[in-house]
Design a protein around this ligand. Structure first.
Ligand SMILES: Cc1ncc(COP(=O)(O)O)c(C=O)c1O
Length: 395
């Protein structure tokens, strides 16, 4: 395999690691030299069933020999099938298929505005979002994102987004006007540092949105499809939002995004109001359906809950032992953050040398997004490596 290190014709938009992944199976990946790694990143929360899950691979092979793509002008029975499944799992009604998380959020923003403007008038367009959030890299979704660094150099940004502190319902109430049409939030902020929302914040905000006819939209791009131990993170909070967005874990690595809405909200779209060439094509929907069926087959949700407790318990012990380096451990399901007292770049690099891939969230947080099929023995292996690294870095 050619490894590109100097001259590149690919734009410089990623701070790439010095790692080239050549092959993957389950929770293991191998680099181009054959070195083996325990993958605790899942390609940033994507390969939830592990790499090349056999059941999904088999279905994709079959579909590859049948039909890859027919336009969205034709009937799409595989979209219907996956749409029905997502509606059943989510408690919502209708799905729009796209190709990524940013596109799913873009669709959510559009449907919210169109719904509000149709039902309440032209000047209902503002969306309230939250500090440290991440919603994508398109112009609208980076404007919705509560992090200044993703916005720099891209002005003028689209109007109609207000960001308030995460967890602060009073700030939402203060920011809301008769122009407000929706709130958009993650219930566990991923890129922003693995911050689960408190139950009080979520229920108070939800009730207030309902009372004021403001749409409650949850970005489940990172948290969805079993990542937190429920199909969707809002199921931990006993609420059903108006709009939900998905991507990452839905296709086991095949690009697919989805925006799910209640029937009333979905009715704001009509032919021509939104669309995409590739969204929901036969390969993507096959990957999505096969992923969901395999997760059901493996009864993945209780496994995630059990392994989450095991992981959080072990990390809690480490945090006690190395309190000089670890500030705290938090998370939901298999979306876990270890907040360190300093920058985490060196921890990640040392872990790579020791054959473990970890992620970062914000400057000080080590983020773990292992495959949902991870086993206790692999968590033990992770803990051993983390301990070795903490020993090395001990003052
Ligand atoms: C919560 C959340 N929303 C949206 C996105 C954007 O998704 P994508 O990179 O597929 O456009 C991400 C990506 O990290 C995310 O974590």
């Amino acid at each position: 395999m050619t490894v590109y290190t100097e001259k590149t014709h690919v734009m410089n938009t990623y701070a790439r690691w010095d790692v080239t992944i050549a092959k993957g199976s389950g929770t293991t990946v191998w680099d181009h030299t054959g070195k083996m790694y325990l993958d605790c990143t899942s390609g940033i929360g994507v390969t939830s069933l592990g790499h090349c899950p056999p059941a999904v691979t088999a279905k994709l092979h079959q579909q590859l020999d049948t039909l890859w793509h027919s336009s969205n002008l034709t009937q799409q029975p595989l979209q219907e099938e996956l749409g029905q499944k997502l509606a059943e799992l989510s408690g919502l009604d209708q799905v729009f298929f796209c190709n990524s998380g940013a596109e799913a959020n873009e669709a959510a923003i559009k449907v919210a505005r169109r719904y509000a403007q149709k039902s309440k008038g032209e000047d209902r367009f503002e969306i309230i979002t939250f500090g440290q959030s991440f919603h994508g890299r398109t112009l609208a979704t980076l404007t919705a994102t509560g992090q200044q660094k993703v916005k720099e150099g891209f002005s003028p940004l689209p109007a109609g987004f207000i960001t308030v502190p995460y967890g602060d319902v009073e700030a939402v109430k203060k920011a809301a006007t008769n122009r407000t049409c929706a709130v958009l939030l993650e219930l566990v902020q991923g890129e922003g540092g693995v911050h689960p929302a408190s139950a009080d914040f979520v229920t108070e905000l939800y009730d207030w949105c309902k009372q004021n006819e403001i749409l409650f939209m949850i970005d489940e791009v990172q948290t969805g499809i079993g990542r937190t131990g429920e199909w969707f993170s809002y199921q931990h909070y006993g609420i059903i939002p108006d709009v939900v967005t998905l991507a990452k874990g839905l296709g086991s690595g095949f690009p697919i995004g989805a925006m799910i809405a209640t029937e009333a909200v979905a009715a704001a779209f009509s032919p021509g109001s939104h669309g995409t060439t590739f969204g929901g094509n036969q390969l993507a929907t096959t990957a999505g359906m096969a992923t969901l069926l395999e997760m059901e087959q493996q009864n993945i949700l209780p496994h995630v809950k059990e392994l989450s407790q095991y992981l959080l318990g072990a990390l809690g012990e480490l945090a006690k032992q190395y309190s000089d380096q670890i500030k705290g451990v938090r998370g939901l399901g298999l979306m876990v953050g270890i907040e360190m007292n300093g920058e985490v770049g060196t921890y990640l690099k040392t872990a790579q040398q020791k054959g473990v891939l970890l992620l970062q969230a914000g400057p000080n947080v080590i983020r773990l997004l292992p495959a949902l099929v991870i086993q206790k023995a692999e968590i033990d292996q992770l803990i051993i490596v983390l301990k070795e690294i903490l020993e090395l870095t001990k003052a």
